[in-house]
Write a protein that binds this ligand. Structure first.
Ligand SMILES: [Zn+2]
Length: 404
């Protein structure tokens, strides 16, 4: 496989084997025909881009997506903050246009709209774009790429801010994508992207690896990528999203002074070896230790007759369950707040997804928290008050196993 940016041959360093599409929840009759695809990650020794070795065609992944951004309170708070901060930082107003790529159900754009700034969303999932439009968030159901960018530019659409959270990691044709960004960005505009930071892989957060995430970015790789489209990264921030994300600020070269954050993070990455394959090769051993810890704990609890349930079935959770071989062998049941997942079976492990009330009814001794990145929100949930009061405990699996 050749690098999706610079075409150099990539070196594979970690494999999760065959995995199902991790956001595709199944009806009972679909279980038997469930497909699996290779999931392994490689490193480009020339431009340092960490990427999947194989991908599933995006049409198979995104057309009927069950993830609705607006389901998490924590996420919504973050969206509001982002809208406030960017509006100030970039001096946006009612003459500006905010274009969001992969805008989902409009969770982010609604806050720009509240501030009186014109908005436009683009999202390939037709079911979700429909919901956004019904809520008054104008959304085009399309994939964003160079051709699409050229088309809307022809319709006089030019953005002061292009925003994309969790999209930069998802697009296999990434060079075409960043050229599209260049095309619709105003000469003095800024493109802002937020995505899980590659550093997570070195901190046991291997569950950010799934077929939708084609890329795991370091800043040094991103600088090379945006150069390909004659764009420059002028600022970078760390955010707590997804257990550790980067937010980058991109413009035409020379428009803004490059903030010292950029240089400092580049130096830090070089010091940490993000430009060397050996750094990434350590991941396999680290994750195998984590597997032993988690499976060891679950086995012990099972042998003591404890009842264990899993809390929520996000993509990362399904990766963890599949890769560690945790299913009905250890778990009594799984619950998820999302109505779109309830009544269906989890990909790969085929656990029936119950609503939260099941915890109240069955009174498990332990809840394995698969959305560990929002642990604080989960352990304080009002719906789990009686679980806590009855002595129920939470198992947090990543980055290291903890019981709370
Ligand atoms: Zn490369």
């Amino acid at each position: 496989m050749n690098c999706r940016n610079c075409k150099t041959e990539i070196i594979e360093f970690f494999s999760l084997g065959q995995m199902p599409p991790i956001n595709s929840f199944l009806k009972k009759e679909e279980i038997e025909s469930e497909k699996k695809y290779n999931l392994s990650v490689g490193f480009c020794p020339k431009c340092f881009l960490v990427q999947l070795v194989d991908t599933i065609p995006p049409e198979d992944l995104f057309r009927d997506y069950v993830y609705f951004s607006s389901n998490s309170n924590y996420f919504l708070e973050h969206c509001k903050e982002v809208a406030d901060d960017l509006t100030k930082k970039l001096k946006l107003g009612k003459e500006s246009l905010v274009l969001e790529i992969a805008s989902n159900d409009g969770a982010q754009l609604q806050y720009f709209k509240e501030l009186g700034i014109p908005i436009l969303g683009v999202d390939p999932a037709e079911n979700i774009a429909k919901i956004a439009n019904e809520k008054g968030i104008k959304t085009i159901a399309e994939f964003f790429n160079y051709n699409f960018a050229k088309k809307i530019k022809g319709e006089k659409i030019n953005a002061d801010l292009i925003f994309g959270a969790n999209v930069l990691a998802h697009v296999p044709e990434i060079v075409d994508f960043v050229k599209g960004v260049k095309e619709v960005l105003k000469p003095n505009g800024t493109a802002v992207f937020e995505f899980p930071y590659v550093k997570g892989l070195m901190e046991n957060k291997f569950d950010i690896i799934y077929h939708e995430h084609v890329f795991y970015y370091s800043l040094i790789a991103l600088i090379n990528l945006f150069k390909t489209a004659d764009l420059e990264i002028y600022d970078v921030e760390m955010t707590p999203m997804q257990g550790g994300s980067l937010m980058i600020f991109v413009s035409n070269p020379g428009v803004f002074l490059v903030n010292k954050n950029v240089k400092e993070l580049v130096e830090k990455e070089i010091k940490s070896g993000f430009d060397k394959i050996e750094t990434y090769q350590k991941i396999t051993e680290n994750v195998s230790k984590l597997k032993n810890d988690i499976v060891g704990l679950l086995s012990k609890l099972k042998s003591e007759g404890k009842k264990i349930a899993a809390y929520s079935a996000p993509a990362k959770g399904n990766i963890l369950l599949n890769y560690f071989g945790i299913g009905s062998n250890y778990l009594d049941f799984i619950v998820d707040k999302s109505k779109a997942k309830q009544g269906l079976y989890t990909p790969g492990t085929h656990l029936f997804v119950y609503p939260l009330e099941k915890v109240e009814q069955e009174k498990p001794d332990y809840l394995l928290v698969l959305c560990w990145n929002i642990t604080d929100e989960i352990i304080n949930m009002a719906e789990l008050k009686s679980f806590r009061a009855q002595g129920g405990k939470f198992i947090i699996p990543v980055p290291n196993v903890r019981i709370i």
